[in-house]
Design a protein around this ligand. Structure first.
Ligand SMILES: *Cc1c(COP(=O)(O)O)cnc(C)c1O
Length: 371
């Protein structure tokens, strides 16, 4: 006897407990602004970490339509996910090729960033095996000590240039450590080191600036800029934000509770009502990337009123003091990220960066892409 498979169960329209709205037009406008900041020179889009949480499969084709032809991701898997959507674009993998992945790079026209003599040796060996020069980028470390060639390794390459035979050197790149810190001059030192390092390698196009680097002036222009965060609305500097916000998050009130003086909210009773209070509960918690660090520090917004987040953020819930807005009831929408609750403010309240807040955005929200 054949078991009948039940139809796929779907939630009714409008059932979402929270909606994450992603404005693809804003992302495209931000890319154009960044390209202008780069003096109209080629400007890539860094779409690693699923386009910083916004959805690389939506963001990459939208940017391609806007004219972007260079993309960077962290991992090969991320490159493969967008390859069919941007068929003839350059895709670079920042974290470099793991042993055994070489053929996948070639098969899909994806280019690795080589960051050590070991990476280079393996890529050269692959080029020999395949009897054809293989494209790649080389990363020079100028002060991050994460990935990239160190000065000793550069000296080896300068002395033994045959170590690069078989590599089609597409770009030489470096990464700025503190370009977003006002008054910090280390980016200039990095630029100087990078220029010196490049003289030890065969001539090749260069790639320097991240989002913040694009706003440091003409000296940071190169053959390919690599902004990420600013595309998604993160402020690339410390002044007023020139970027358009690209995400908003709103959540519906599940319940409103009335508390007497002295009654507590949430795990470990970290907040107690100092007055008769009304508490609006929403279904967004730390499992949704709404950081537990917002406990008793964050807020939501409702129609001109800021509602302080009270008590601990739990896995699936958080609570807001709605005493001053007695009309709030179940089903009403509170703004968690948006014009009144900018990403930077939420990040500061959580004691973290806008980067981390964005890339942590949860997978349970109903996602709406505009544009
Ligand atoms: C993430 C990353 C970028 C993008 O940096 P933003 O600060 O997000 O603009 C550029 N280059 C490298 C090597 C990166 O790892």
């Amino acid at each position: 006897m054949m078991a009948t498979r039940p139809a796929k169960a779907e939630a009714p329209a409008g059932a979402a407990f929270a909606v994450l709205e992603i404005d693809l037009d804003a992302v495209a406008a931000n890319w154009r602004l960044l390209r202008a900041a780069h003096g109209g020179l080629p400007t890539a889009a860094v779409v690693k970490a699923d386009a910083y949480g916004l959805g690389a499969r939506r963001v990459a084709p939208r940017l391609y339509a806007a004219g972007c032809r260079h993309f960077f991701v962290a991992h090969l898997e991320e490159a493969l996910a967008i390859r069919p959507l941007v068929p003839d674009a350059f895709i670079g993998v920042l974290n470099g090729p793991l042993p055994g992945t070489e053929r996948a790079y070639r098969a899909h026209g994806i280019e690795p960033v080589l960051g050590s003599l070991g990476d280079i040796a393996r890529w050269v060996a692959f080029a020999r095996r395949s009897d054809a020069a293989q494209p790649a980028l080389i990363h020079i470390d100028t002060g991050m000590a994460r990935l990239g060639l160190e000065p000793d390794e550069l000296r080896v390459l300068a002395a033994e240039p045959e170590r690069l035979e078989g590599i089609l050197l597409r770009y030489v790149m470096t990464h700025l450590a503190s370009a977003d810190m006002p008054g910090d001059t280390s980016a200039w030192e990095q630029l100087r080191q990078f220029a010196a390092a490049c003289t030890q390698l065969p001539p090749a196009p260069r790639s320097i600036a991240n989002s913040a680097g694009l706003f440091l002036g003409g000296a940071f222009r190169s053959d390919l800029a690599r902004p990420g965060a600013a595309l998604y609305g993160v402020n690339p500097g410390a002044g007023p934000n020139p970027m358009r916000p690209a995400v908003s998050l709103r959540a519906r009130v599940l319940q409103v509770r009335s508390l007497a003086v002295g009654e507590a909210v949430g795990y470990h009773a970290t907040w107690r009502a100092a007055r008769p209070s009304r508490i609006a509960v929403v279904g967004v918690g730390y499992a949704d990337g709404w950081p537990r660090a917002l406990s008793n520090r964050g807020a939501a917004h409702f129609d001109g009123t800021t509602l302080p987040l009270v008590g601990r953020v739990s896995m699936d819930l958080s609570a807001y003091d709605a005493t001053d807005r007695p009309e709030i009831g179940p089903g009403d929408w509170l703004e968690l990220i948006g014009p009144r609750r900018p990403l930077e403010v939420v990040a500061a309240e959580a004691g973290t960066s806008a980067y981390e807040t964005l890339t942590s955005l949860g997978r349970r929200y109903a996602r709406v892409w505009r544009g």
